[in-house]
Design a protein around this ligand. Structure first.
Ligand code: MN
Ligand code: MN
Length: 460
């Protein structure tokens, strides 16, 4: 039952492909540090590969036929790609679903203030973070400011080598007697995640001159006023690029592997399909997974169902039963990262059922916690079919669950798509330090994920 280390199976040709995919993945996450940036990048890659906007097809009154390549953009924060296959769409779609939002620190709507001659931005963190990990590291600001006149300004500060960075201070060790006695969950508290953005007063200004100077800089660079923060979405994320990790360069350290590694692998696999596949294939890159898949861009919204309905209406006379059949007959990989086995913390894992870095793409029959609660428990028959597909395509895979029973747990988007009655299983890449500012994956697992998702889309 022991799974092979994927590295042992590679030829020179595999290693060259693995490095090529890894370097393109690194540029995808370096340029995609927010869900919006990931959508922009995905559209760029898709258009280069001949995909067209579904909205444009609808507006032009054109029809959709086999071989067509379409994308559908949901508010710039979630995106779906479809390659229409030869079989009727009512036979279902092979879906690879993942998410492009990652844990981070969001600015509050009224963020900017001055205290003790320093200017700060007040924040509310997003997703599950160990708050103590986010202090004393260089941070960057990414996002948009929407102005009353309808213009939307893109903001990226802290990524260019010549840019300044921002960050959050921690208490010096010399005065930490009380702090070090606290539980780790409250060593740094939510309201202490205040980002330092300035320390120089504006000349001839009485009230809050440091804050005024910061606002002047933002106004000169982006043309924004303080009140524009009310309609802004600025995400504070780790500054800097991903790096090869390990002396053997076998891994990648980067921000947001959860879940951009699966998202990139899915897009990479779909775009690599040559000709027209038998079955319609689809990637769904969802937003808001880290906060429960809620809101108009989270997987619980109906954008996937709506896009399928639009496509059906462009292919044949539309009917509700055709849509229901198309959705029920889908097969899906709900692709999200898995907890990589960490020997430093062996106590929370169960060795036989853990995901190991380098042993290939991981399948999780179920996730959830406390007696599988909240999990999508995939059908044995479906898993058998996937084992056959993976073995036939020489994909290195492993199976795992998220840690020891009753140690904690987690969820994904799987249960939401399962509501349509389709076959769904969780599948993804093992990560070390999940949800930390810098997470670690194995290049081998990324490579196997691309192979697995392609094999799935072509053969499921
Ligand atoms: Mn995830
Ligand atoms: Mn996560």
């Amino acid at each position: 039952m022991e799974r092979k280390n994927a590295w042992k199976t590679y030829t020179e040709c595999d290693l060259a492909k693995l490095e090529d995919i890894s370097s393109r993945y690194r540029s995808y996450i370096d340029n995609g540090k927010t869900e919006r940036e990931c959508v922009t990048e995905t559209i760029e890659l898709a258009e280069k590969a001949g995909f067209v906007n579904l909205e444009d097809v609808i507006k032009a009154g054109r029809t959709v036929k086999e071989g067509d390549k379409l994308y559908s953009n949901c508010m710039g924060k979630a995106i779906m790609l479809f390659t229409i296959g030869k079989k009727p769409i009512t036979d279902g779609i092979n879906i690879v679903g993942s998410h492009i939002d990652s844990p981070r620190i969001d600015l509050k709507q009224n963020p900017l203030y001055e205290d003790s001659d320093l200017a700060y931005l007040d924040t509310h963190y997003y997703g599950g973070i160990k708050k103590y990990q986010w202090v004393t590291i260089p941070l960057a600001m990414h996002g948009v400011v929407a102005k009353k006149d309808g213009t939307v300004i893109d903001v990226v500060i802290g990524e260019d080598e010549s840019d300044p960075v921002v960050g959050i201070s921690d208490l010096l060790i010399h005065l930490s007697a009380d702090q070090l006695g606290k539980k780790a969950s409250v060593v740094i508290e939510g309201e202490e995640l205040n980002v330092i953005v300035g320390g120089k007063p504006l000349a001839d200004t009485e009230k809050d001159p440091v804050k005024a100077n910061v606002m002047k800089i933002l106004n000169e660079k982006y043309g924004i006023e303080e009140e524009d923060f009310l309609s802004a979405e600025i995400e504070v994320v780790p500054a800097g690029r991903s790096r090869d990790f390990g002396l053997d360069r076998s891994m990648i350290i980067g921000y947001g592997h959860d879940d951009r590694v699966c998202s990139f692998a899915a897009v990479e696999a779909l775009l690599s399909i040559e000709g027209t596949p038998e079955t319609t294939c689809c990637c769904v890159l969802a937003d808001k997974e880290e906060v429960g898949s809620v809101g108009a861009t989270g997987m619980q919204a109906r954008y996937f169902e709506n896009a399928v309905a639009e496509i059906i209406a462009l292919m044949q006379p539309y009917s509700d039963i055709a849509l229901r059949r198309a959705l029920k007959n889908c097969r899906m990989l709900s692709c999200d990262v898995s907890a990589g086995y960490d020997p430093n913390f062996a106590g929370v894992f169960e060795r036989k059922n853990s995901a190991y870095l380098g042993r290939g793409v991981c399948f999780n029959k179920y996730t959830g916690s406390r007696g599988k609660s909240g999990s999508n428990d995939a059908n044995a028959e479906y898993i058998a079919k996937l084992r056959r597909i993976m073995d036939d395509s020489s994909v290195n895979f492993q199976t795992a669950e998220l840690g020891k029973v009753d140690q904690g747990g987690g969820g994904t988007i799987a249960y939401i798509c399962a509501l349509y009655g389709m076959e769904v299983i969780d599948s993804g890449v093992a990560v070390l330090s999940m949800h930390a500012p810098w997470e670690i994956i194995s290049k081998a697992d990324l490579y196997e994920a691309v192979k697995a998702y392609l094999a799935f889309m072509l053969n499921a």
